[in-house]
Design a binder for this molecule. Sequence first.
Ligand code: TRH
Length: 395
Amino acid sequence: MATSSNASHWDIFCTVVDNYGDIGVTWRLAKQLVNEYQLPITLWVDDLNSFSHILPTLKPNLLSQCFNGVTINHWTTPLAVPFQPGKVLIEAFACELPIEVKQQLTALHQTAPHNVPLWLNLEYLSAEDWVEGCHGLPSMQASGIKKYFFFPGFTPKTGGLICERTLFAERDAWQQDPANKLQLFERLGLKGIQAQDTVFSVFSYETDALPALCELWQTTAQPEAKIHALIPKGRSLNSLQHLLPCPIEALTPGQQILLGDLTLHILPMTDQQGFDRLLWSCDVNIVRGEDSFLRAQWAAKPFIWHIYPQEDDYHLIKLEAFIRLYCDNLAPEIACNWSKLMLAFNQGAQSAVNTHWQNLNPVSLSLLQHAKQWPINAINAADLATRLVQFVKKS
Ligand code: TRH
């Protein structure tokens, strides 16, 4: 049963736990490895329906298909597409590999150990200090094979951050011409947004902070500059149901809800490139999870991060670790207001979120300048895919 192979491809296994983050991260990584390193990549995903929300051309009923040079296999139980061991095997976010795969690895280890793929567990991103000490550590499996922990992170001793080589140049070119954002809004079916208006994108989980902010935005728009909040159908809207004219399921992309001087726009979901461009085009982005959080940083625009909630409020420790890093060279007054705004948003503290929003004024020039410099500092000379390729070479 052991397949003795000298195949050079990499396999990435991803289970969609909930939402889009796990597939979002692995899909970005897979595309970049093909594009920039010409590696043959197979991405195994257990839930193609969820995947199709961020890759609308994907066909959820197909067992195997190819997009952007990446082979995408439906990870069924049992596996309907046979697994062939390659050079590297990435298990994303500690997903449990299929039993057939584990059996093949064990058999290969006994018959041809040099052909066992390098086995990595790609972990979640965190700005906490301990990540440096754990990145790259091996863990011996019952089969006798070592599995290595690959931790993304913000420092040179971690696995780095996903960022494509040409991303910043593309973003700069996009942001240089204001016509790009207006054309994008139009293509997305969002009507009535003018160049001088203030536009926020909202992709959060449920929180009481959102209705509070909407109330504030209704009263703070200027006659000559309206406020627009762009919100995809999903979890943010659960917190705004009382402001909507119909149940969320009945809303259609492009639909507008007028609330005084604030307009809520129902945003269609796009592919990841479209989502990046949206973040580049808004004045402030409210993002969540892992991938949109990072893309909001790369957008060089002020943002609020709604972190994925964890048991015992552990996420607040992760949030504070990131806040410390982001505020490191930010003027103390702005740093203080921005930190308080992030905490208030994550705690759903309604009056605090409004106070800190007003104190900070997230569309102010000083925060924007910091947001522009941050990606240059954060990328730390090497991105995650580059560090991954180097790690494989050294192993
Ligand atoms: O969707 P998320 O909340 O995902 C997660 C998961 O819940 C996961 O289990 C958890 O562990 C992790 O967060 C921390 O948020 P995230 O990470 O921002 O992923 C969203 C993805 O969806 C991201 O790749 C961007 C993409 N996206 C599009 O491609 N198009 C769109 O229109 C939108 C709104 C998002």
